[in-house]
Ligand binder design. Structure first.
Ligand SMILES: NC(=O)c1ccc[n+]([C@@H]2O[C@H](COP(=O)([O-])OP(=O)(O)OC[C@H]3O[C@@H](n4cnc5c(N)ncnc54)[C@H](OP(=O)(O)O)[C@@H]3O)[C@@H](O)[C@H]2O)c1
Length: 289
């Protein structure tokens, strides 16, 4: 869809990603013009090339900010502050950052956006359901075994569709500026519980095995950095993944919030619904290429 020139667009950075590709239609269905921006989108935007930033944000009414995966790096805070300052100077009225719940290393990146002077809202989603079907976990899952150092730590997995719908509201409704929302699903699950539910829902023999943090880090270093994360070196990637899973293992993520319900006026979707709908697509029936 081309932009409606009479109304300023909402820019979605990372608009082809797990939340972005659900957020874009949610906004367009609501009649809002959208500009999708990333390295492979109609509007070229690259976090690593600041020359691409102003053309992407020019004339925008609001921007949804999906940063590269490693929100915890010092560069993330520097870049996010610069982007916030640029948005402010261009008259962008809402800057909504997709942060991450239960990942304290990412919080300096939030502070950077908040201190940029731009009118901010922070969304801190829990782990997405879709990590099991649209991201790195799909490969080990379909191969039969997910090995992680998460022990019995429970996570409040959330549907990326709920995050996208909440983001659409926050980007288009009044009353969210200066607010931080932790977005969770309705049920706490260990990674082992999640794998067991997918196994039951598909009839496949998928297993979860607990790993020590040391085993996991050693495997990460030996395997190297997968394609979407190649901007990091092996050590940075291993540290990022280890810190995320250590947080789950610690039990600190084992709580639910009512933020999805407060924003959307309905309960968040359950993992069982996601499993049923995703199983029907066949994504768990074959080894991804
Ligand atoms: N996955 C989760 O469970 C989860 C939960 C909470 C928070 N988060 C946070 O959400 C963010 C997104 O993570 P995700 O794993 O869900 O990824 P994603 O949004 O599914 O995909 C990343 C997006 O970023 C774009 N991208 C990658 N490198 C880029 C670059 N150099 N410049 C501009 N755009 C670039 C990609 O599009 P192009 O290839 O077209 O550039 C892609 O659309 C991260 O900050 C993460 O910490 C993730």
């Amino acid at each position: 869809m081309t932009e409606n020139l009479t109304e300023r667009p909402i820019v979605v950075l990372g608009g082809l990603g797990k939340v972005g590709r659900r957020l874009v239609p949610a906004l367009r269905d609501g009649g809002h013009p959208v500009r999708v921006a990333s390295r492979s989108s109609e509007q070229h935007f690259d976090w690593l090339d600041t020359a691409t930033w102003a053309p992407a944000l020019e004339g925008a009414r609001a921007v949804y900010v999906v940063y590269l995966q490693n929100l915890f790096s010092p560069e993330a805070a520097v870049r996010l502050r610069s982007l916030g300052e640029l948005a402010l100077s261009l008259g962008v009225e809402r800057v909504v950052l997709q942060s991450a719940r239960g990942w304290p290393e990412a919080y300096p990146a939030e502070v950077a956006v908040r201190s940029s002077g731009a009118p901010w809202t922070i969304l801190r989603p829990a782990w997405f359901f879709q990590n099991f079907s649209e991201a790195l976990l799909v490969h080990p899952l379909v191969a039969g075994e997910v090995r992680l150092p998460t022990g019995d730590g429970r996570e409040a997995f959330v549907d990326a569709q709920d995050v996208a719908e909440a983001a659409a509201r926050v980007l288009t409704e009044d009353g969210h500026t200066g607010r931080l929302y932790e977005l969770t699903g309705p049920r706490l699950l260990t990674f082992g519980d999640a794998v067991a539910e997918i196994a039951a829902g598909t009839g496949h023999d998928f297993r979860f095995s607990a790993q020590s943090a040391e085993e996991f880090a050693a495997e990460m270093r030996a395997a190297g950095v997968p394609e979407p994360y190649r901007y990091m070196d092996t050590e940075e990637f291993a540290r990022m993944e280890s810190s995320l899973f250590a947080q789950v293992h610690s039990g600190a993520n084992g709580y639910l919030t009512d933020a999805v319900e407060r924003i959307l006026g309905r309960a968040p979707r359950d993992f069982a619904d996601y499993v049923r709908e995703t199983a029907a697509t066949g994504v768990w029936d074959k080894q991804p290429s």
